[in-house]
Ligand binder design. Structure first.
Ligand code: PLP
Length: 357
């Protein structure tokens, strides 16, 4: 019997995309659905989002092809661009935009004047130092792209490294770099804002915003809850109690005997583990909701099970458990596990069945 299920809310997804529209009413929306829509399942998520957004963002071609095969015809941006001639030809034939972040990609576009022209997203490294051209290279690259038959339109874009941290001076520095650059180029569509910037930095919204995590109802900020940002969790990870055990004071529970109760207690065993994507590093004390009440996870997370200290409460096998989602924010669970909700979502495995409601 497998009880681990991901309950997915279309209503919450549409609420969150409406939040993006309300926050950035002048901007087009590139909804990020890379990595299986942050673990929510790419094709269904994208199908629900498509009528409400202007484009969908994926990391690489195969992710985009899966959406096209599912009949989704919204423009798709390949956020890492294309890496060979086949990928470029496919992107052009299938209404995909390409990120252009290195010279080899510019040369590839130059070698292929034939075919449908596409939208090139010219990626600027404004300070994150991951992908993109240095600002002083950008005017040259822009003029090359602009003259190419393969390129119909250019969007200039950059990514913030620390927009999730309002105290970081890096965002302001990156923003200034982009403003100077934009002043040196003809008027072009600009795209800078991830979720954090959509929520906090309206001056960065420009022509295209690129929300990811906020669509799924999590907060990009450490110190601010999704609820306070009026975002609704799209996923709720649920499972069931499969056993309830009496444990005496001092008897260790689970692998490596990392936890034992100080007094006699009862343990509920819940059918979820790292084999489903529940984080193995979640320590004792990580909250779990059983029958709507919070209890602490105790002992090590196993592959298929976790153990939860229910004290004297009346919990029965078959009772429902929420690991995160409605009633228990993924951000809080992620903090306990030393990670972020993005990673909790992406690591869910195919063993968890996904049910849209
Ligand atoms: C994933 C991604 C985003 C979305 O970031 P969130 O923090 O999830 O909003 C935006 N821009 C780029 C380039 C990305 O790769």
């Amino acid at each position: 019997m497998r009880d681990a299920t991901l309950l997915l809310s279309r209503e919450a997804l549409l609420h969150n995309v409406a939040r993006v529209r309300a926050l950035a009413p002048q901007s087009r929306v590139l909804a990020m659905v890379k990595a299986e829509a942050y673990g929510h399942g790419a094709t269904t998520t994208a199908a629900f989002l498509a009528p409400h957004v202007d484009a969908l963002g994926v990391a690489f071609l195969e992710e985009a092809l899966a959406l096209r095969d599912a009949g989704i015809d919204t423009p798709i941006v390949l956020m890492e661009g294309v890496f060979n001639d086949y990928e470029l030809a496919t992107a052009r034939a299938k209404n995909m935009h390409v990120m252009v972040h290195q010279h080899a990609q510019v040369d590839m576009l130059a070698r292929h004047p034939q075919g449908l022209p596409l939208t090139a997203w010219l990626k600027v490294d404004s300070g994150m130092h991951r992908l993109g051209f240095r600002p002083d290279e950008v005017p040259d690259v822009y003029h090359r792209l602009e003259a190419m038959p393969a390129v119909a339109r250019i969007v200039v874009c950059s990514h913030f490294a620390a927009a999730d941290d309002p105290a970081s001076p890096q965002t302001e520095q990156q923003f200034r770099v982009m403003q100077q650059l934009a002043a040196a180029l003809p008027a072009l569509p600009l795209s800078l804002a991830n979720s954090a910037a959509v929520l906090r930095l309206p001056e960065t919204h420009h022509q295209w915003v690129r929300p990811g995590i906020m669509l799924y109802g999590s907060s990009p900020f450490v110190e601010e809850s999704a609820e306070s940002l009026d975002l609704k969790p799209v996923m709720t990870l649920v499972s069931r109690v499969i056993a309830v055990r009496d444990i005496r004071a001092g008897e260790p529970v689970g692998y490596s005997a990392t936890w034992a109760p100080a007094e006699d207690t009862r343990i509920a065993v819940v059918a979820i583990g790292y084999g489903d994507g529940y984080p193995r590093h979640a320590p004792s004390g990580t909250p779990v909701l059983i029958n709507g009440k919070r209890y602490p996870l105790v002992g090590r997370v196993s592959m298929d099970m976790i153990t939860v200290d229910i004290g004297d409460d009346n919990v029965q096998p078959g009772d429902s458990a929420v690991l995160w989602g409605t009633g228990l924010s993924a951000d809080e669970v992620a903090r306990h596990a030393g990670t972020i909700s993005y990673e909790l979502f992406c690591r869910l495995t195919s063993r968890v069945s996904r049910i849209w409601q």
